[in-house]
Design a protein around this ligand. Structure first.
Ligand SMILES: C[S@@+](CC[C@H](N)C(=O)[O-])C[C@H]1O[C@@H](n2cnc3c(N)ncnc32)[C@H](O)[C@@H]1O
Length: 360
């Protein structure tokens, strides 16, 4: 575990210290690489390409990228989902963090750089930051996410709350975050992923993402992530992705509106679709679809018209659940060591702390 008495020789972000001009400042660093396919313009180009490829697939095999969900409106709607009683995931995370925040943060050393991947709203994160503040540790917390205005809004809610914890944002993708982290001078690093975001990736993709961050971490660094388990009643899972307040439905359908914004004009008649979630017990995942209510044609630039038939489904998201063995397999595929795991009551939810002891 970490040494509790780590004394950083210099500020982990010495070269960026000027970003925090005065107390209460919340800088947001634009880490979207200008030269790669995930750069500011490249990001939209990459999503447009993914849309074009996904919609060119045969009947009932069409897909849309999950990233369409997370524009400014989508992020606000996702926050609203976290307040829905049917969305049990948030409550279980709150339970774990309320009970164990002091224990979870005990091993985070003074002087650490604490980066949250896909931070979203920061209600749950605040429980961790509160614990670090109570331990009087000098921590630099950076929330990474895709939308700058949402980063400003959510981080703004933490303004003035901490003396020891310094807050800021990283505007970009996970890939941008990894590239950026690799350039940061030597300091203890802790990564955080809440809201079972890794569960939104395929099992191999999730392991690859975790491992890719492990590749740039040192033995003392940690990766904290939450994962949903399979210890739930089927009906409870179904409700979580189709809440009675109808917020998940609005969140999903906003992604279709996002498609029109992405291409700059109406490429799709959004009124021809409804949201259709389905829990696939065999694959242990919730599958989210748009179902077409009447046959339509989608016209994307530089591509032949695409016909979507009445009744046809377009998949746009999955939420994987992990039993004990699957969590071990995930950790092993990520070549990680499990430092500790905290479980919600009845093993219904897990927070894993991973490390890479063999790293350089
Ligand atoms: C399931 S939400 C979780 C939000 C928040 N952590 C929570 O627990 O409520 C996933 C978050 O990850 C962000 N996200 C998804 N894919 C991303 C990517 N490739 N790069 C950066 N952020 C991403 C989304 O914008 C969103 O805020």
């Amino acid at each position: 575990m970490f040494s509790q008495t780590h004394h950083p020789t210099s500020d982990p972000l010495t070269f960026k210290s000027s970003l925090w001009k005065s107390q209460g400042d919340i800088p947001i660093i634009d880490i979207r690489s200008k030269s790669t396919s995930t750069g500011s313009d490249g990001f939209d180009v990459a999503i447009r390409q993914a849309v074009t490829i996904g919609l060119a697939q045969p009947y009932n095999e069409k897909e849309l990228p999950i990233l369409l969900l997370y524009d400014e409106t989508g992020l606000r709607l996702f926050e609203e989902i976290t307040y829905q009683p049917d969305y049990y995931i948030t409550q279980l995370e709150f339970d774990i963090l309320t009970k164990y925040a002091a224990d979870i943060t005990e091993s985070i050393p003074d002087g650490a750089l604490f980066v949250e991947l896909g931070a979203g709203a920061l209600r749950k994160t605040a429980l961790i930051l509160d614990a670090l503040e109570a331990q009087r540790k000098s921590i630099t917390y950076l929330a990474l996410d895709l939308d700058k205005s949402e980063l400003s809004r959510t981080l703004g809610e933490l303004r003035g709350r901490y003396t020891h914890v310094r807050c800021g944002g990283l505007w970009g993708t996970f890939d941008n975050g990894r590239e950026w982290l690799a350039t940061i001078p030597d300091c203890p690093r802790v990564l955080l992923s809440l809201g079972c975001s890794v569960g939104n990736m395929g099992r191999n993709e999730a392991a690859n993402l975790i491992r890719s961050f492990g590749n740039i971490l040192k033995p003392q660094d940690r990766f904290l992530l939450t994962i949903d388990t399979k210890h739930h009643d089927m009906e409870v899972i179904r409700r979580a992705y189709d809440d009675r307040g109808g917020v998940t439905r609005r969140f999903a359908l906003n992604a279709l509106e996002g498609l029109n914004k992405l291409f700059g004009h109406n490429v799709i008649d959004t009124s021809a679709f409804t949201y259709k979630p389905y829990y696939n017990e065999v694959k242990g995942r919730n599958e989210a679809y748009f179902q077409c209510l009447r046959s339509i044609t989608i016209c994307l630039p530089d591509s032949a018209p695409i016909m979507v038939c009445e009744g046809e489904v377009i998949q746009f998201a999955c939420s994987y659940k992990y039993n004990d063995l699957e969590r071990q397999l995930l950790q092993s595929a990520a070549r990680a060591y499990l430092e500790k795991e905290w479980l919600a009551e009845g093993g219904t939810y897990a927070l894993m702390m991973l490390s890479w002891p063999g790293a350089n």
